[in-house]
Design a protein around this ligand. Structure first.
Ligand SMILES: O=C(O)CCC(=O)C(=O)O
Length: 352
């Protein structure tokens, strides 16, 4: 007898198969006003979203942007893109250049002797982009703690640009072991700017208004939030993330804060088992999602990345010309090219 398919699996299959995707039942606040959408209700932020003093640009376009709770998923909060365009470009650079390099680990570490620079920097440097990066010995690979991919790419040296296409994740702070599903691989300093940005969000979403039912909001005091572990996920247009629950953290009372940059995607949020019918939400570039309270233990995943959805403020080769940090990153057109075809998700958790 064929195994019974769970509601979560059915939804994943629907979005993975759908060409063109059927987004009729998905929550998409960019196309349907929240007031007309029964799945969400607006909540009032009780605290300002403030740019931390250490960050040299204006991160947010409003102090109290509109924020929403999902009616069927207590504790899941969504702030549709509160960022300035410059802040999104700054975040993209953080996630592509500053973070995916030693001592932070990436999915490619087990297979290649990666240099200190990020793959993105190497791929966009005309002198270095064609220098092959050596692969590791089979012994090293076998002892690694990542799941071995089916393709053969890890048995041959690769150019920075070919490896960049295979860069799937990078871990920040406490280093996650994908085999043991524990944070048992030591730790690296969490990027201070990203941490202070995540704390600014945690503070702004503390005890939002309209939470007469405590289970539906976020009772965590954001001033206590510290990014102890994080993952940056890199999705190309075909990439997906299977449904899972993030439950490795020793304590799960703090929100898990998650940011999207680049292509939009369908994000599924279900319940504590795969049997709960998940709600599909279309996440766009700049959107902030916080899994608080009950939703922190809910199944979630990304069955579909939506092609041709990157905003022009990221995909246009000249869009960073007036940014504060433009001089430090003159080659914006490489970022634009990458972001036109990828989604980046950057998330942070407090674990203790
Ligand atoms: O890409 C996303 O929005 C979800 C990422 C996620 O669920 C995770 O890293 O555990």
């Amino acid at each position: 007898m064929a195994p019974v398919q769970t509601a979560f699996r059915k939804a994943e299959k629907k979005y993975k198969r759908g060409q063109p995707p059927d987004l009729d039942n998905a929550v998409d606040l960019a196309t349907t006003a929240a007031a007309a959408n029964e799945a969400v209700r607006e909540i009032k932020l009780a605290y300002d979203l403030e740019t931390p003093a250490t960050i040299p640009l204006q991160l947010f376009s409003q102090r109290r942007p509109p924020a929403y709770a999902l009616r069927d998923h207590p504790g899941l909060l969504l702030i549709p893109n509160p960022f300035t365009d410059e802040a999104q470009r700054w975040l993209a650079r953080k996630c592509l250049c500053d973070c995916p390099r030693p001592p932070n680990r990436t999915n490619l570490d087990a297979f290649f002797s990666l240099p200190p620079e990020s793959l993105f920097e190497l791929a966009s440097n005309s002198e270095k982009s064609s220098l092959p990066i050596a692969n590791r010995s089979q012994d090293d690979i076998q002892q690694s703690d990542v799941t071995l991919p089916k393709e053969k790419f890890y048995t041959q040296p690769g150019s920075p640009s070919s490896l960049l296409e295979r860069q799937r994740w990078c871990t920040l702070g406490l280093q996650y072991n994908w085999n043991t599903k524990e944070y048992d691989r030591g730790s690296s300093p969490f990027d201070q700017d990203l941490d202070s940005l995540m704390r600014a969000i945690a503070i702004a979403i503390t005890r939002p208004g309209d939470t007469s039912d405590p289970a539906s909001g976020n009772n965590y005091n954001g001033n206590l939030f510290e990014s102890e572990a994080g993952i940056i996920n890199y999705y190309d247009e075909r990439a997906t993330m299977a449904g899972h629950v993030d439950k490795t953290e020793e304590k799960m009372d703090a929100p898990l804060i998650s940011l999207s940059i680049g292509l939009s995607c369908v994000y599924l949020i279900g319940g504590t088992t795969r049997d709960t019918e998940p709600t599909p939400i279309v996440l766009h570039s700049g959107d902030v999602l916080a899994m608080c309270g009950e939703s922190r233990t809910a199944y979630h995943g990304v069955p579909l990345v939506l092609a041709d959805t990157t905003p022009a403020s990221l995909s246009c080769p000249n869009s960073s010309a007036n940014d504060n940090a433009a001089a430090a990153y003159p080659e914006w057109h490489y970022f634009a090219k990458y972001l036109e075809h990828h989604r980046i998700n950057c998330n942070a958790r407090k674990c203790s």
